[in-house]
Write a new protein. Structure first.
Length: 83
């Protein structure tokens, strides 16, 4: 693990400490979580389709689960479109 130094004005540092306290974590852990979350969001939103669901992962899980259920229990249409 590396040690870094950040220069923050007193107002920003105070606010960051308040947010960490509110989430019952340390400032270091809070910053690490934010960086990881931002990195995941950046990767997801690069794809325009998946980016639509970036803020609603539960909805995406539901859509996928329903599609898988339908795929398992509903017969596929024949090549002629009947079926």
């Amino acid at each position: 693990m590396e040690v870094i130094q950040l220069q923050l004005n007193s107002q920003t540092l105070s606010l960051a400490r308040q947010v960490a306290s509110y989430h019952q974590t340390t400032l270091e852990t809070l910053l690490q979580d934010w960086v990881e979350k931002l990195a995941r969001q950046s990767l997801v939103t690069e794809d325009p389709l998946w980016g639509l669901f970036a803020q609603d992962r539960d909805l995406l899980d539901q859509v996928v689960a329903e599609a898988m259920h339908d795929r398992q229990y509903q017969r596929l249409r024949g090549a002629d479109g009947n079926g």
